[in-house]
Design a protein around this ligand. Structure first.
Ligand SMILES: Cc1cc2nc3c(=O)[nH]c(=O)nc-3n(C[C@H](O)[C@H](O)[C@H](O)COP(=O)(O)OP(=O)(O)OC[C@H]3O[C@@H](n4cnc5c(N)ncnc54)[C@H](O)[C@@H]3O)c2cc1C
Length: 357
């Protein structure tokens, strides 16, 4: 149902057609939980986004942005204005030498961006193929796969301030990137929205094949296209397609433990899967959950994916309560068994509920 305002105000009338009331978000999140946005609109240009922000400011409504909804745990109706980001456009600037700058509007589909770069013969993001969602959300949790994170190729990020509508660029090095983390997921989450990203890609071959058994899985010569194809194939085999089975990818981050704790765990569990990192060791959360007996378990219409214990799936639930209960049970069992605290990866909406970002 379209919103109607009892006002002659030209500005409000101009955007009233774009805003709807009480819209179900079931098709806007890959868990398919069925909660409503109090106000709802789609932004497909920077001007329409600015108009929506101005409307929200004028009527003192909070603003929540959703891209592809593939890293969300919506657990209640969202008050205020929910904006679906569909800002479109992609442009490239080839520099002399090895570099190409690829500028991508935030609402573009990330996988299609990767596919485009590969078709052009540009290196840097091929390992990040088939990650669902939008280009604009990719820096939010610094998406990563097969040893590559977006921060490795990201030059800068264009943002809009929700309150002032000022648009400006921030250099990637100032975005607080960490493992599945950035200031966009933390201290900037109430203030800034990403409107565009600029990637710095390479024209000469530079492949990273040492993670996730990528090199062994490539059939034939390891070309850019072969890496892209292999990543797509392996991911399709391993991960559930959200169109077929509702999920949001990895539900937990891989926990990082100290050297001392790692040594103790390794003594108790010699087959523990872990990787050395700066702060100590990163443990494979999927291995912990699998070994604790959760893989394939079903609980009240949700469950743990049978091929990958890190992924929680939703078979038929419209509300998030059973998933939150399952999460609590898994976390408690991993804490009891290994003394390790798991942390959720998807963002819970509405923001500022649940005590965890
Ligand atoms: C099957 C599957 C596999 C996955 N595999 C991976 C993987 O290998 N690696 C990985 O890192 N992730 C993975 N993910 C998680 C997810 O795809 C990524 O986090 C993706 O970047 C989310 O994009 P989105 O557009 O769907 O974001 P959304 O889910 O819509 O939003 C995520 C968060 O970002 C905020 N946000 C969205 N757009 C903007 C914007 N323009 N500006 C500011 N904030 C914004 C939202 O408010 C929300 O807080 C996977 C998910 C699925 C379902």
């Amino acid at each position: 149902m379209k919103m109607r305002f009892n006002t002659e105000d030209a500005f409000v009338q101009r955007i009233e057609g774009a805003i709807e009331k009480n819209v179900s978000l079931a098709t806007y999140n890959t868990f398919r939980f069925d909660y409503c946005a109090e106000y709802f609109a789609i932004a497909d240009t920077l001007d329409s986004l600015k108009a929506l922000l101005a409307w929200a400011k004028r009527f003192q409504q909070t603003v929540t942005m959703i891209g592809g909804g593939s890293n969300l745990l919506i657990s209640a109706d969202i008050s205020g204005l929910v904006i679906i980001n569909r800002l479109a456009g992609i442009g490239a600037r080839e520099h002399s030498g090895n570099l190409v700058s690829l500028t991508v509007a935030a609402g573009e589909n990330w996988h299609q961006v990767v596919e485009y770069a590969v078709t052009q013969g540009w290196y840097g993001i091929e390992n990040l193929a088939l990650i669902p969602g939008t280009a604009g959300a990719a820096p939010v949790q610094n998406i990563g796969a097969y040893g590559v994170e977006i921060q490795n190729t990201l030059a800068r990020v264009q943002v809009i301030n929700k309150n002032t509508s000022d648009v400006y660029w921030i250099n990637a090095k100032d975005c607080g990137f960490g493992y599945r983390d950035s200031y966009f997921k933390g201290q900037w989450k109430d203030r800034l929205l990403i409107t565009s990203i600029e990637l710095s890609l390479k024209k000469q071959s530079e492949l990273l094949l040492s993670y996730g058994g990528l090199s062994e899985r490539i059939e034939g010569k390891p070309t850019l296209q072969a890496v892209f194809d292999t990543v797509c194939r392996v991911r399709s085999d391993k991960l559930p397609d959200p169109v077929v089975l509702a999920n949001s990818g990895s539900f937990f981050k891989n926990p990082i433990v100290s050297q001392v704790q790692h040594k103790k765990l390794k003594e108790r569990f010699p087959s523990l899967v872990s990787f050395p990192v700066e702060e100590g060791f990163k443990l494979a959360a999927g291995w912990l959950i699998d070994q604790a007996g959760w893989k394939g378990k079903q609980y009240k219409g949700v469950g743990v994916y049978e091929k990958q214990a890190l992924v929680l799936v939703n078979y038929l639930e419209t509300n998030a309560a059973p998933l939150l209960e399952l999460e609590t049970q898994i976390k408690q069992s991993i804490l009891d068994q290994y003394g390790v605290q798991l942390e959720r990866e998807p963002v819970q909406l509405p923001l500022n509920v649940g005590g965890q970002h």
